[in-house]
Design a protein around this ligand. Structure first.
Ligand code: FE
Length: 176
């Protein structure tokens, strides 16, 4: 016959382990980073930032926007901006600037070019992520194995994209 003490232990342990399984965590919240001097509002809504005739290497960045409990966030806005193939930002127009919204599975897909590096920074892409009605997360994405990563004070390992090759980057944002 099962002892009263063991029975009690089982009754207490079960709900706790269930609770732990019911709330998986998608890891830490995506860290914030400075917006920098080149952000512009009112960007066009578009998936692709590739300019017609551009010979720069192409890059597709994709992933999901998730809650801390790993639930995909539908309709989250992502606003991307980055330097062009010369390392310059377009401060007059909207080249290499654009926003989009996640689909029903919280997914996004950005088609663009590999931004050139510019003095003082390692290679990066700026982004603002905002869940519907939620707070804006401003951050930056980095590329693996860049010589400039070690020298850039803003660089963070936890903002590096997974890149199976030079033309594909993957990154999931975890937001409040
Ligand atoms: Fe920048």
């Amino acid at each position: 016959m099962i002892s009263r003490r063991r029975l009690l232990a089982t009754v207490i342990a079960l709900p706790l382990s269930r609770l732990a399984h019911a709330q998986p965590t998608c890891g830490e919240m995506t860290p914030r980073e400075t917006e920098g001097p080149f952000f512009k509002t009112n960007t066009p809504q578009r998936i692709t930032l590739i300019e017609p005739g551009s010979k720069a290497p192409k890059l597709v960045v994709s992933g999901q926007v998730l809650t801390v409990n790993c639930r995909p966030i539908k309709g989250a806005m992502l606003d991307f901006w980055h330097a062009d193939e010369e390392g310059d930002y377009d401060n007059r127009g909207y080249r290499y600037r654009g926003h989009q919204f996640t689909d029903a599975d919280g997914r996004y897909r950005l088609e663009t070019i590999v931004p050139a590096v510019y003095p003082g920074r390692t290679r990066h892409i700026h982004v603002k992520v905002q869940p519907p009605g939620g707070r804006v997360l401003t951050t930056q994405l980095y590329f693996p194995n860049q010589p400039g990563n070690k020298r850039d004070g803003l660089f963070r390992d936890d903002l590096v994209m997974r890149m199976p090759d030079r033309s594909r980057g993957a990154f999931d944002f975890v937001v409040a």
